[in-house]
Design a protein around this ligand. Structure first.
Ligand code: PEP
Length: 269
Protein backbone atom coordinates (compact mmCIF):
# COMPACT_ATOMS: atom_id res chain seq x y z
CA UNK A 1 0.00 0.00 0.00
CA UNK A 2 1.35 3.44 -0.90
CA UNK A 3 1.90 6.02 1.83
CA UNK A 4 -0.85 8.19 0.33
CA UNK A 5 -3.29 5.28 0.42
CA UNK A 6 -2.27 4.41 3.97
CA UNK A 7 -2.90 8.01 4.96
CA UNK A 8 -6.42 7.90 3.53
CA UNK A 9 -7.18 4.57 5.16
CA UNK A 10 -5.98 5.78 8.54
CA UNK A 11 -8.32 8.76 8.32
CA UNK A 12 -11.41 6.49 8.23
CA UNK A 13 -12.88 5.72 11.60
CA UNK A 14 -13.13 2.11 12.63
CA UNK A 15 -16.75 1.07 12.22
CA UNK A 16 -17.40 3.58 9.43
CA UNK A 17 -19.42 1.99 6.62
CA UNK A 18 -19.35 2.68 2.90
CA UNK A 19 -19.58 6.25 1.68
CA UNK A 20 -23.06 7.32 0.71
CA UNK A 21 -23.66 9.64 -2.22
CA UNK A 22 -27.28 10.76 -2.54
CA UNK A 23 -28.77 12.68 -5.46
CA UNK A 24 -31.73 14.92 -4.64
CA UNK A 25 -33.36 15.70 -7.99
CA UNK A 26 -35.83 18.07 -6.31
CA UNK A 27 -38.76 19.19 -8.52
CA UNK A 28 -36.84 18.87 -11.78
CA UNK A 29 -37.16 16.93 -15.01
CA UNK A 30 -40.02 15.15 -16.69
CA UNK A 31 -40.85 11.50 -17.38
CA UNK A 32 -38.46 11.26 -20.32
CA UNK A 33 -35.52 13.05 -18.72
CA UNK A 34 -35.84 11.20 -15.43
CA UNK A 35 -35.83 7.88 -17.33
CA UNK A 36 -32.69 8.88 -19.24
CA UNK A 37 -30.95 9.96 -16.05
CA UNK A 38 -31.95 6.76 -14.23
CA UNK A 39 -30.74 4.58 -17.10
CA UNK A 40 -27.43 6.44 -17.28
CA UNK A 41 -26.86 6.01 -13.55
CA UNK A 42 -27.83 2.35 -13.59
CA UNK A 43 -25.50 1.70 -16.51
CA UNK A 44 -22.66 3.84 -15.19
CA UNK A 45 -22.24 2.39 -11.71
CA UNK A 46 -21.26 -1.16 -10.72
CA UNK A 47 -23.93 -3.42 -9.28
CA UNK A 48 -21.82 -3.93 -6.20
CA UNK A 49 -19.36 -1.39 -4.86
CA UNK A 50 -18.34 -2.11 -1.28
CA UNK A 51 -16.87 1.38 -0.86
CA UNK A 52 -19.73 3.62 -2.02
CA UNK A 53 -23.52 3.38 -2.00
CA UNK A 54 -25.37 5.54 -4.53
CA UNK A 55 -28.94 6.74 -4.03
CA UNK A 56 -31.22 8.62 -6.42
CA UNK A 57 -34.20 10.61 -5.08
CA UNK A 58 -36.47 11.56 -8.00
CA UNK A 59 -39.73 13.52 -7.66
CA UNK A 60 -42.39 11.29 -6.08
CA UNK A 61 -44.43 10.96 -9.30
CA UNK A 62 -41.42 9.35 -11.00
CA UNK A 63 -40.45 7.01 -8.16
CA UNK A 64 -42.13 4.05 -9.80
CA UNK A 65 -40.67 4.52 -13.29
CA UNK A 66 -37.20 5.42 -12.00
CA UNK A 67 -37.37 2.58 -9.48
CA UNK A 68 -38.02 0.03 -12.21
CA UNK A 69 -35.05 1.32 -14.22
CA UNK A 70 -32.79 1.16 -11.16
CA UNK A 71 -33.93 -2.31 -10.07
CA UNK A 72 -31.02 -4.74 -10.07
CA UNK A 73 -28.50 -1.91 -10.45
CA UNK A 74 -26.12 -0.59 -7.81
CA UNK A 75 -28.19 2.58 -7.36
CA UNK A 76 -30.78 2.59 -4.57
CA UNK A 77 -34.05 4.50 -4.66
CA UNK A 78 -34.93 7.27 -2.21
CA UNK A 79 -37.78 9.74 -1.78
CA UNK A 80 -37.46 13.45 -1.08
CA UNK A 81 -40.07 13.63 1.68
CA UNK A 82 -42.92 11.75 3.35
CA UNK A 83 -46.04 12.51 5.33
CA UNK A 84 -45.55 12.50 9.09
CA UNK A 85 -48.81 10.66 9.80
CA UNK A 86 -48.34 7.18 11.23
CA UNK A 87 -51.42 5.82 9.47
CA UNK A 88 -52.52 6.38 5.86
CA UNK A 89 -55.92 8.00 5.43
CA UNK A 90 -57.59 11.32 4.67
CA UNK A 91 -54.51 13.49 4.06
CA UNK A 92 -55.01 14.92 0.57
CA UNK A 93 -51.87 15.31 -1.48
CA UNK A 94 -49.63 13.49 1.00
CA UNK A 95 -47.54 10.34 0.49
CA UNK A 96 -47.21 7.78 3.27
CA UNK A 97 -43.92 6.04 4.07
CA UNK A 98 -45.53 2.63 3.49
CA UNK A 99 -46.33 3.72 -0.07
CA UNK A 100 -42.70 4.74 -0.60
CA UNK A 101 -41.58 1.39 0.75
CA UNK A 102 -44.08 -0.33 -1.53
CA UNK A 103 -42.44 1.41 -4.52
CA UNK A 104 -39.03 0.10 -3.54
CA UNK A 105 -37.62 3.13 -1.71
CA UNK A 106 -34.92 2.41 0.83
CA UNK A 107 -34.22 6.00 1.87
CA UNK A 108 -36.20 9.16 2.45
CA UNK A 109 -34.93 12.71 2.98
CA UNK A 110 -36.49 14.51 5.95
CA UNK A 111 -36.04 18.08 7.12
CA UNK A 112 -34.50 19.46 3.94
CA UNK A 113 -34.04 23.21 4.42
CA UNK A 114 -36.40 23.91 1.51
CA UNK A 115 -39.14 21.97 3.35
CA UNK A 116 -38.31 23.76 6.60
CA UNK A 117 -38.24 27.21 4.99
CA UNK A 118 -41.02 26.98 2.39
CA UNK A 119 -43.42 24.37 3.75
CA UNK A 120 -43.39 24.85 7.49
CA UNK A 121 -41.54 21.68 8.46
CA UNK A 122 -40.46 22.66 11.97
CA UNK A 123 -38.32 20.51 14.27
CA UNK A 124 -41.35 18.78 15.70
CA UNK A 125 -42.80 17.77 12.34
CA UNK A 126 -39.37 16.72 11.08
CA UNK A 127 -38.97 14.48 14.14
CA UNK A 128 -42.41 13.04 13.49
CA UNK A 129 -41.48 12.34 9.84
CA UNK A 130 -38.20 10.76 10.96
CA UNK A 131 -40.06 8.44 13.36
CA UNK A 132 -42.64 7.50 10.70
CA UNK A 133 -39.89 6.75 8.18
CA UNK A 134 -38.23 4.36 10.63
CA UNK A 135 -41.55 2.73 11.47
CA UNK A 136 -42.09 2.10 7.74
CA UNK A 137 -38.69 0.44 7.35
CA UNK A 138 -37.15 3.38 5.49
CA UNK A 139 -33.77 4.92 6.29
CA UNK A 140 -34.31 8.60 7.02
CA UNK A 141 -31.70 11.06 5.79
CA UNK A 142 -32.06 13.89 8.28
CA UNK A 143 -30.95 17.30 6.96
CA UNK A 144 -29.85 19.95 9.40
CA UNK A 145 -28.01 23.20 8.82
CA UNK A 146 -27.67 26.84 9.74
CA UNK A 147 -28.51 29.91 7.67
CA UNK A 148 -25.91 32.54 6.77
CA UNK A 149 -27.34 34.87 9.45
CA UNK A 150 -27.09 32.16 12.08
CA UNK A 151 -23.48 31.43 11.13
CA UNK A 152 -22.64 35.14 11.22
CA UNK A 153 -24.31 35.43 14.62
CA UNK A 154 -22.10 32.59 15.94
CA UNK A 155 -25.02 30.28 16.73
CA UNK A 156 -24.28 27.50 14.23
CA UNK A 157 -23.67 24.85 16.89
CA UNK A 158 -26.72 25.89 18.92
CA UNK A 159 -28.95 25.63 15.84
CA UNK A 160 -27.58 22.22 14.84
CA UNK A 161 -27.89 20.98 18.39
CA UNK A 162 -31.53 22.05 18.52
CA UNK A 163 -32.32 20.36 15.19
CA UNK A 164 -30.49 17.15 16.12
CA UNK A 165 -31.81 16.90 19.66
CA UNK A 166 -35.41 17.27 18.46
CA UNK A 167 -34.88 13.88 16.81
CA UNK A 168 -32.98 12.34 19.70
CA UNK A 169 -35.70 13.47 22.12
CA UNK A 170 -38.38 11.73 20.05
CA UNK A 171 -36.60 8.64 18.73
CA UNK A 172 -33.49 8.24 20.92
CA UNK A 173 -29.90 8.40 19.72
CA UNK A 174 -30.11 4.68 19.00
CA UNK A 175 -32.26 5.59 15.98
CA UNK A 176 -29.08 6.74 14.22
CA UNK A 177 -28.08 3.10 13.88
CA UNK A 178 -30.69 3.05 11.07
CA UNK A 179 -30.49 6.64 9.86
CA UNK A 180 -28.23 9.09 8.08
CA UNK A 181 -27.40 12.61 9.17
CA UNK A 182 -26.72 15.27 6.52
CA UNK A 183 -25.11 18.57 7.41
CA UNK A 184 -26.36 21.07 4.86
CA UNK A 185 -25.46 24.68 5.57
CA UNK A 186 -28.38 26.62 4.08
CA UNK A 187 -26.02 29.27 2.71
CA UNK A 188 -24.26 26.62 0.62
CA UNK A 189 -27.33 25.02 -0.97
CA UNK A 190 -27.69 25.87 -4.63
CA UNK A 191 -25.40 28.88 -4.25
CA UNK A 192 -22.21 27.48 -5.73
CA UNK A 193 -20.57 28.43 -2.42
CA UNK A 194 -19.64 25.18 -0.72
CA UNK A 195 -18.34 25.02 2.84
CA UNK A 196 -14.57 24.72 2.90
CA UNK A 197 -13.43 21.21 3.86
CA UNK A 198 -12.14 22.54 7.22
CA UNK A 199 -15.52 24.17 7.94
CA UNK A 200 -17.38 20.99 7.06
CA UNK A 201 -15.01 18.84 9.11
CA UNK A 202 -15.35 21.10 12.16
CA UNK A 203 -19.15 20.83 12.07
CA UNK A 204 -19.13 17.10 11.36
CA UNK A 205 -16.79 16.51 14.31
CA UNK A 206 -19.12 18.59 16.49
CA UNK A 207 -22.14 16.54 15.35
CA UNK A 208 -20.34 13.26 15.93
CA UNK A 209 -19.45 14.50 19.40
CA UNK A 210 -23.14 15.20 20.06
CA UNK A 211 -24.03 11.70 18.93
CA UNK A 212 -21.23 10.26 21.03
CA UNK A 213 -22.51 12.02 24.14
CA UNK A 214 -25.95 10.55 23.46
CA UNK A 215 -24.73 7.07 22.52
CA UNK A 216 -21.02 6.32 22.62
CA UNK A 217 -21.35 3.01 20.78
CA UNK A 218 -22.93 4.12 17.53
CA UNK A 219 -21.34 7.53 17.00
CA UNK A 220 -18.41 6.25 14.96
CA UNK A 221 -20.66 4.18 12.70
CA UNK A 222 -23.35 6.82 12.03
CA UNK A 223 -22.94 8.23 8.52
CA UNK A 224 -22.74 12.03 8.39
CA UNK A 225 -23.03 13.45 4.87
CA UNK A 226 -22.12 16.92 3.70
CA UNK A 227 -24.47 18.77 1.33
CA UNK A 228 -24.23 22.19 -0.27
CA UNK A 229 -22.78 22.91 -3.72
CA UNK A 230 -20.79 19.68 -3.94
CA UNK A 231 -19.31 19.37 -7.44
CA UNK A 232 -16.83 17.02 -9.04
CA UNK A 233 -14.01 19.51 -8.39
CA UNK A 234 -14.56 19.92 -4.62
CA UNK A 235 -15.94 16.46 -3.78
CA UNK A 236 -12.57 14.80 -3.25
CA UNK A 237 -11.41 17.37 -0.68
CA UNK A 238 -14.73 17.26 1.18
CA UNK A 239 -14.91 13.45 1.17
CA UNK A 240 -11.34 13.20 2.45
CA UNK A 241 -12.32 14.83 5.74
CA UNK A 242 -12.24 12.37 8.61
CA UNK A 243 -15.88 12.83 9.63
CA UNK A 244 -17.44 13.26 6.19
CA UNK A 245 -19.03 10.00 5.05
CA UNK A 246 -20.37 11.11 1.69
CA UNK A 247 -22.58 13.78 0.20
CA UNK A 248 -26.11 14.93 -0.47
CA UNK A 249 -26.05 16.41 -3.94
CA UNK A 250 -28.65 18.71 -5.49
CA UNK A 251 -27.85 20.50 -8.76
CA UNK A 252 -24.94 18.27 -9.72
CA UNK A 253 -27.08 15.14 -9.42
CA UNK A 254 -29.13 16.13 -12.47
CA UNK A 255 -26.40 15.17 -14.94
CA UNK A 256 -25.30 11.55 -14.75
CA UNK A 257 -21.69 12.36 -15.67
CA UNK A 258 -21.41 14.97 -12.90
CA UNK A 259 -23.05 12.79 -10.29
CA UNK A 260 -20.97 9.75 -11.21
CA UNK A 261 -17.79 11.86 -11.07
CA UNK A 262 -18.75 12.91 -7.52
CA UNK A 263 -19.43 9.28 -6.62
CA UNK A 264 -16.06 8.37 -8.07
CA UNK A 265 -14.42 10.98 -5.84
CA UNK A 266 -15.91 9.13 -2.85
CA UNK A 267 -14.40 5.94 -4.15
CA UNK A 268 -10.93 7.40 -4.58
CA UNK A 269 -10.74 9.77 -1.60
C1 PEP B 1 -29.51 20.16 -1.57
O1 PEP B 1 -30.47 20.79 -1.97
O2 PEP B 1 -29.64 19.27 -0.73
C2 PEP B 1 -28.20 20.49 -2.14
C3 PEP B 1 -27.15 20.04 -1.53
O3 PEP B 1 -28.20 21.24 -3.28
P1 PEP B 1 -26.91 21.70 -4.12
O4 PEP B 1 -26.01 20.53 -4.25
O5 PEP B 1 -27.48 22.15 -5.43
O6 PEP B 1 -26.29 22.81 -3.34
Amino acid sequence: MTAAKQDVVSRRRSGAGPYLVVGNWKMNGDRRRSAILAAELAGGWPEIDPAVTLVACPPSVYLQSVGSLLRGSGVALGAQDLCEQEKPGAFTGEVHGAMLKDLGCRYVVVGHSERRRLYGDDDERVAHKFATALACGLTPILCIGETADERDAGVTEAVLKRQLHAIIARCGARAFADAVLAYEPVWAIGTGRSAAPEQAQAVHAFLRGELRTANAKLADCAPILYGGSVKSDNAHALFSCADVDGGLIGGASLKAADFLAIADAARHR
